[in-house]
Design a protein around this ligand. Structure first.
Ligand code: GLU
Length: 545
């Protein structure tokens, strides 16, 4: 077969040579050891938390000196949705991940290694496909779906491995005249690799997460270009990651089984393969067993879930690092106030069997993160969140920012701040009793207090209450009503002789707390009462009675 003739037949009018592209996209001028990584999603409109997880890994590996870029894998038009790219960009931006090259929000692109959307790269794929044809490494295959179906059936019958390979590859040895004839008749065809693999030989890859991987060589004549000239993942991966000068391909381990194809393609194209780091899917406990975090079953699989619930990005980042590298928590304990950039992230510390995703742990981390934020920051974050997701809270917060900030400041700037809020979606409930429109009176009382005693406490307290009291005076007033009602003003004294009292000053405060806020558990009651002010407070105490 004259492969040059075949190349002219299949790829007439190729504009550029491989050398042209090699020169156009030269090896990157980066400091020694700098890494080039990429996030390569399909614009399906769904961002899985696993996508964020992996792009965060890409980002950490590339910085500070390398390049992390975004490539859109839009070769499957059926899966593409409008606005898919913006969703990806905003998902990344929500965690402060900004690729230094790739498609941008305005519809344009930045970077010298583009186009960054695969559909814009068809000329490039054609050029390299043509090179393979010229060398006899690729050929057109005209088999129809029916023919491929029949092939599968025959293989099954004979107990042979399925696929298009060796003697089963019908179009492999088609002669030029037949090919020419088919093309003249407009018969659709795919371009296949003429595999030179030997199943008795092995490829060996040192995966940076999984360690040494050994697998039989690929023998399948896999598809490189589909009938519409669009490349398969395999072919695009080799061409793009070579020309975009990716040094580290960090991807899900569902691709591990395709590694023999990829190693072979890089070799046949004359490219040096990148390093691979293939992480396992995020897992989740389901009863006693582990399973993949699933887009269908688990709402927390969607990145949008975290925006809607209002998790701060700081919490997500902290949490993702916790499940990414087992030593992160220890590092964090030893470096409480250190910025994340200082954490020595390591691919080889990623779990080869899949990190366990656990919302309870995220909530825990998030509580701490929020407890350490200044009130102004909590206010601003909650306001931003409410703007999009909670009109009522937004109105309350924007009508009186000082009041809101004062509420959020209670018990905050102290050595052991309270950990009440996990996410902005909980803020309204957290401070509802500060607003008349949200306040819900409640007659729950501490277990040891009768209704009659509670009423007596509130009545007596209303008589001694004075808005101008300082904290000490305020507390002394509460103590002063204890004795006459049969409560001990001193907790220690009560503990010595519990039989002599109905309860202690803490119980009395609890009743006042319940009447004033509708809750048994709140931050500092003195501060709360000061913010509520006399009118609102007395009204609530009356309502309570
Ligand atoms: N588009 C591929 C995916 O989403 C990219 C895999 C890779 O990173 O190479 O699975």
């Amino acid at each position: 077969m004259d492969f040059l003739k075949l190349s002219n037949l299949l790829f007439p009018g190729i504009k550029e040579s491989p050398e042209y592209y090699e020169e156009k996209y030269p090896p990157r001028n980066l400091p020694e050891g700098a890494k080039v990584t990429r996030f390569a999603p399909s614009p399906t409109g769904f961002m899985h938390i696993g996508n964020i997880y992996s792009s965060f890994v890409d980002f950490l590996v590339a910085k500070p000196e390398g390049v992390f870029y975004l490539r859109i894998e839009d070769t499957d038009q059926k899966r593409e949705v409008e606005g898919g790219i913006e969703k990806i960009l905003s998902g990344l931006a929500s965690l402060d991940i900004f690729p230094s090259e790739g498609p941008a929000f305005d519809g344009g692109e930045t970077g010298a290694y583009g186009p960054y959307k695969q559909r814009g790269r068809c000329e490039i794929y054609r050029c390299f496909a043509n090179e393979l044809v010229k060398k006899g490494f690729a050929y057109p295959c005209f088999c129809t779906e029916e023919e491929l179906g029949a092939l599968r059936e025959n293989q099954e019958k004979d107990g042979e491995n399925p696929g298009y390979y060796g003697k089963w590859a019908n179009c492999r040895e088609m002669n030029f005249a037949a090919i020419e004839n088919n093309i003249k008749n407009g018969r659709p065809y795919v371009l296949r690799l003429r595999s030179d693999g030997d199943e008795n030989k092995k490829i060996v890859v040192e995966d940076l997460i999984k360690g040494k991987l050994e697998m039989p060589e690929n023998t399948q004549d896999i598809v490189l270009l589909k009938t519409d000239g669009i490349p398969t993942y395999h072919f695009a991966h080799a061409v793009d990651d070579h020309l975009m000068r990716t040094t580290h391909v960090i991807r899900g381990d569902d691709w591990v089984s395709s590694l023999p194809i990829h190693i072979q393609l890089f070799r046949m194209l004359g490219f040096k393969p990148p390093k691979y780091a293939q992480y396992s899917n995020l897992m989740k406990m389901d009863g006693a067993s582990k399973r993949k975090l699933s887009k269908r079953k688990d709402p927390e699989a969607a990145v949008s879930f975290y925006f809607e619930q209002g998790y701060p990005k700081e919490s997500l980042i902290e949490y993702l690092l916790t499940i990414m590298n087992s030593n992160f928590e220890d590092w964090r304990r030893a470096n409480r106030n250190e910025i994340i950039d200082r954490f020595p992230f390591a691919l080889k510390k990623m779990s080869p069997s899949g990190a366990l995703f656990d919302l309870a742990k995220l909530n825990d981390i998030s509580k701490t993160v929020i407890s350490l934020m200044p009130a102004d920051e909590v206010y601003q974050n909650a306001l931003n969140w409410a703007k999009e997701y909670d009109e009522e809270l937004f109105a309350l917060f924007s009508n009186d920012p000082d009041y809101a900030k004062a509420i959020l400041a209670i018990d905050r700037d102290v050595p052991k701040p309270r950990k009440d809020i996990e996410r902005w979606g909980q803020v309204k409930d957290y401070l509802s009793y500060f607003y008349e429109s949200l306040f819900a009176p409640c007659r729950d009382l501490p277990e040891n207090i009768s209704k009659a005693d509670a009423d007596a406490i509130i009545k007596n307290y209303m008589e001694v209450y004075d808005e101008s009291d300082g904290k000490e005076g305020w507390f002394n007033k509460i103590k002063s009503i204890c004795g006459p009602l049969g409560f001990s003003p001193d907790v220690k004294e009560y503990k010595k002789n519990p039989e002599s009292y109905k309860g202690h000053v803490g119980d009395v405060s609890s009743v006042i707390r319940a009447a004033a806020t509708g809750r048994l558990n709140t931050p500092d009651l003195y501060e709360i009462m000061k913010l509520l002010g006399k009118d609102r407070l007395l009204k609530r105490l009356e309502t309570f009675l």
